[in-house]
Design a protein around this ligand. Structure first.
Ligand SMILES: Cc1cc2nc3c(=O)[nH]c(=O)nc-3n(C[C@H](O)[C@H](O)[C@H](O)COP(=O)(O)OP(=O)(O)OC[C@H]3O[C@@H](n4cnc5c(N)ncnc54)[C@H](O)[C@@H]3O)c2cc1C
Length: 593
């Protein structure tokens, strides 16, 4: 028993060290979302609403027109789902349109478009076929991105052009039987050869999109740390012609995104040249996390596209289907769903646009925003598909209509690229790090108040200032000023709750996921509200009448209410009962359901 406890504690310490290295390494840069946790609003990064420069917009419009023509003529999402395969002509057609190199530099054959423009392209594909959008996402945002961000000039010259041209496919292999959400627990081992020229890989990977059809795979494996009795995860470029590379199952049978080929792989004494290390040795998880940041932006775009399709389908059906002598759209409970869907889709687009623009501005730290975007848009899409399904009634259930496929396809979004629970916890903990550090400094300085008087005074002033004064949310359109004030006041209240939480739970907050979730949910509503307000403001400035965008107002009203509720429930008395109920079943020998 004692030994199990020691083991559990040592495991906990290991996980904390991995999380510390992954999440908090390096100086803390304060992005827009992180500053919300300090009660601040960095208006410049959200307002005015970002737009694509005119010259790029013209290029994008041309690219979108060509893409739409191609997709109208060649993309059959129902057939892709039925046959569980994306036809070669679609893969090659998208390559000819330059989709796989949209944001890659021109030197490697790319179009050098911005992340915002690329998100518009992904929204278009995502509005039609989730299998195809995830395939493109893996090829461009995840597979190729690792090379673009971390590849040596030689690796980039060798690997990027055929990927951009679609002659080769990419895959990203992190997940293993023992390393799912706990990505740091990679068991695949890469042992250096005696002469140091190679690494010898042994291990298994599962659930790898494109894993059995890709020609270039980024594979995460554990390598020894020189001079220490430790190992760390390193990223390797692997090609399937390496002896020892084995595809155990090229296409695992699955519920949704059936057109994608999800593989199980094994490496048996597979020799990988040391020149194929991607990024700094031992920093593979950082490579993975950075790459996923990009992937999550386009996730938001794809979900937005699918959400708009759901809204369109529900509206068309509600306008035409008659029951009780009226169209469905005349019933208030149907109207409520359509309105909720419109508000959700409006917010998803606004949040995607703002988050992509942070990347385009060259900001270094947007990991909190991309995590929020991923959780928010994937959950919003799930609700939207469900609403559209309900409006359709029985017709949605049959395979001659797209909604049953869209429902199946949408489910993976809340699990893949970081399960939403893991990201929710991440959002709260990374967000609280800034105020937590200030508190720590304050406590340390308070032990020597006279020598550190100035520091104590400044930190104290900052904390008190944020607690008593709501930040300014500078909207340009007069009718939106009350919304700006309400958002500012909510940011102030949010910061007060963050401070209270830190004082109450201190480092124990790491284990308080109920509390983390409420803070993360409030933070996501605040970020989404800022994006919506910015978009609405821009529309009014461009001449739209104030009542032309009811979806924006509906979203803001709901988001403010949800944020207030999360903050009001910070110390919910139900929490212990929730734990007791779950433990009733979970404890060894507990109740059998
Ligand atoms: C179709 C498909 C395609 C995929 N493509 C790829 C790919 O190309 N490359 C790749 O590397 N991986 C890929 N994955 C793997 C995917 O990223 C993992 O499935 C995901 O990270 C979750 O890991 P897991 O499935 O092992 O779930 P687990 O880690 O076992 O988690 C199960 C559930 O437990 C809960 N949970 C876990 N940890 C916590 C926590 N700390 N706090 C609270 N709750 C928690 C969450 O609800 C989670 O959903 C793919 C998966 C699927 C299904």
């Amino acid at each position: 028993m004692h030994e199990t406890k020691i083991q559990a504690e040592s495991e906990r310490q290991k996980q904390m060290r991995a999380a510390e290295e992954l999440l908090f390494a390096g100086p803390q840069k304060l992005g827009m979302a992180k500053r919300l946790f300090l009660g601040r609003f960095v208006a410049d990064w959200v307002m005015p609403y970002p737009t694509i420069p005119a010259r790029e917009q013209a290029e994008l419009e041309g690219a979108l027109a060509r893409l739409r023509n191609f997709l109208d003529a060649h993309l059959d999402p129902a057939a892709i789902d039925r046959q569980a395969d994306i036809p070669r002509e679609v893969i090659e057609g998208l390559a000819r349109l330059g989709v796989y190199g949209m944001t890659a530099p021109r030197e490697v054959g790319g179009s050098a478009l911005s992340q915002m423009a690329y998100c518009r392209v992904m929204e278009e594909i995502g509005s039609r076929c989730a299998s195809t959008s995830i395939f493109v996402n893996v090829q461009h945002s995840v597979g190729m991105r690792a090379l673009l961000l971390f590849g040596t000039p030689e690796q980039q010259r060798r690997c990027l052009p055929p990927l951009v041209r679609g002659e080769q496919l990419a895959a990203f292999a992190l997940t293993e039987p023992e390393a799912g959400s706990d990505a740091a627990n990679v068991q695949t081992v890469a042992r250096p050869s005696a002469d140091g020229s190679h690494f010898i890989l042994n291990g298994q990977k599962r659930y790898i999109t494109n894993g059995g059809i890709a020609q270039v795979l980024t594979v995460m494996a554990r390598t020894p740390v020189p001079g220490k009795n430790e190992t760390a995860v390193t990223a390797f470029l692997v090609t399937p012609d390496m002896p020892g590379f084995e595809v155990l199952e090229p296409r695992m049978e699955k519920l949704g995104i059936r057109g994608t080929a999800t593989a199980r792989l094994a490496f048996r004494d597979m020799r990988v040249p040391k020149e194929n290390i991607l990024g700094p040795p031992g920093k593979g998880l950082k490579v993975a996390l950075t790459v996923l940041d990009f992937g999550r932006t386009t996730f938001g775009a794809c979900c937005t596209g699918a959400a708009k399709t759901c809204l369109r389908l529900a509206v068309e059906h509600a306008r035409t289907r008659r029951q009780f002598g009226r169209t469905l759209g005349e019933f208030e409970l149907v109207k409520k769903k359509i309105a909720r869907m419109a508000a959700g889709a409006y917010a998803m687009e606004a949040m995607t646009t703002v988050t992509a623009s942070l990347i385009d501005r060259g900001l270094e730290d947007y990991m909190l925003e991309t995590a929020m975007l991923k959780v928010f848009t994937t959950e919003a899409l799930w609700l939207l598909v469900n609403d559209a399904f309900q409006v359709y009634g029985g017709a949605a259930y049959f395979t001659d209509q797209p909604l049953e496929r869209m429902l199946r396809d949408a489910r993976i979004n809340q699990i893949g690229e970081g399960a939403n629970e893991v990201l929710t916890s991440f959002i709260a903990l990374v967000g609280m790090r800034g105020p937590g550090q200030q508190f720590q400094e304050l406590m340390e300085s308070l032990s020597r108040p006279w020598s550190e008087f100035r520091k104590v005074w400044l930190i104290g002033l900052d904390r008190v200032g944020a607690a008593v004064r709501a930040p300014d949310v500078p909207v340009r359109s007069a009718p939106l000023a009350p919304f700006g004030r309400r958002l500012g006041e909510l940011i102030r209240r949010f910061n007060v709750e963050v401070n209270r939480t830190l004082i109450r739970h201190r480092e124990e907050i790491l284990e308080r996921q109920y509390v983390q979730e409420r803070l993360a949910r409030a933070a996501m509503e605040l970020f989404a509200s800022a994006c919506v307000l910015s978009r609405w403001d821009a529309e009014l400035q461009a001449g739209a009448p104030p009542d032309a965008t009811p979806a924006a107002e509906l979203f803001l009203r709901g988001a403010f209410r949800r944020a207030r509720r999360s903050l009001a429930e910070m110390n919910d008395a139900d929490d212990p009962v929730v734990t007791a109920t779950a433990d009733w079943f979970l404890k060894p020998g507990g109740a059998v359901p």
